[in-house]
Design a protein around this ligand. Sequence first.
Ligand code: SF4
Ligand code: SF4
Length: 451
Amino acid sequence: MSNTSGGILRPLARIRGGVEAMHQKAGSDIVTVDMPIPDTVVIPMSQSIGAPCDPLVKPGDHVDVGQKIGDSQRPVSAPVHASVSGTVKSVSEVHLANGMISKAVTIESDGLMTTSEEVRVPVVKSFDDLIHAVRECGLVGLGGAGFPTHAKLSSAFSGTTKVDTLIINAAECEPYICVDNRECIEHPQDILNGIEALQKWCGFEQVIIGVEDNKPKAFDTLKRIAESDDEADDRIKLMALRSHYPQGAEKMMILVTTGRKVPPGKLPSDVGCVVMNVQTVAVLGRYLETGMPLVTRSVTVDGTAVGKTMNVRVPVGTNIQQLIDFCGGFTKTPKKILFGGPMMGIALSYTDAPVCKQNNAILAFADGPEIDTEEKDCIRCGRCAAACPMNLVPAEIERYTKIRNLEGLQAAGVTVCMECGSCAYHCPAKRALVQYMRLGKQLLREGAQKK
Ligand code: SF4
Ligand code: SF4
């Protein structure tokens, strides 16, 4: 049976469990605005899952926008670039919002935003050229994962399995966050350009853009742009997905868009797929047209403690507190500040940290369900197991974590947990289940190192 209706694909599967999330997409119709150029940016050398970069500049150096200021010889790493023009004030260690410490280059802006001479439109005539360009762009997964995109593409095409499908992830299933939605509405041509390059040089046989049905404007805009391009209409298919968290997780996207299941411990390429966040593809499209690497990023700022819900494009390295101030500051004392969404975001204890490439939201709450986290005893209701899209039994994993039972953790499958938070969301006892999952994985890693 065909899964196409009027040129629009229908999902091929549904995910198990998850959350019929409170969407809270107050920012979905709010146009992205540019933040005024900050006086200073702090650009971390560690902005991806991968090796940190080594600084290429020293205090006193002049830098321009788009100039490479950090790089690494390690294969899984992405270079970093100056996001403002000005003078390097220091190269020192700073605290990042995720609690890590990273070397960072602090640049005092001259207010001119002079473009670097290094910024040149890349020449792409082969797959290798594309991978080189993606690397030079400093591109990482902008949906929050932060994996270097060149490494993802290289590894996908280095195996023996034929990779035939590119899935563009525009699900943005996490509540509050609206930046992917705005990218689709505001920059559909960049998305199309990025897709065309990926398809041409990677040889994907099909491209599926998955958009959840709570983003009708994004869907319509992408549909129009695909239809306006006769070739694109044939090659690029849109799929309307029922809004359901955590459908935007990589393995879930593959399941619903293709019906293929990624086995535990395997990668999307093992089932012939590459999944890319829609903003990542748009940045690639812009880079191939302009040569300007990844030096800005869009961030949704929202929550009951924030003055104004906004989508803001900021130079990478902008101070989080300055971003919050630009959005009206805190109008109530925040009891919880999150870097990312309420399901997978990281709680912040300080806001004097820089925005990094992979950061898509800053949320601050003074009240509401997001801050109700007082743990009570487990009542063995089983709701966490029913909610888990990966078929795990989170309460059991919590027990194994507490007693440090590594065999039990392995057998219970903690390593396949994607930390989506669906179990914790449904837990009436407010157990900090995701933290137990993370700790359980950490125990297994430590156990493996001791062997
Ligand atoms: S949902 Fe919470 S209370 Fe219920 S079994 Fe799971 S951990 Fe226990
Ligand atoms: S156990 Fe992991 S994958 Fe399952 S619901 Fe909880 S966080 Fe998500």
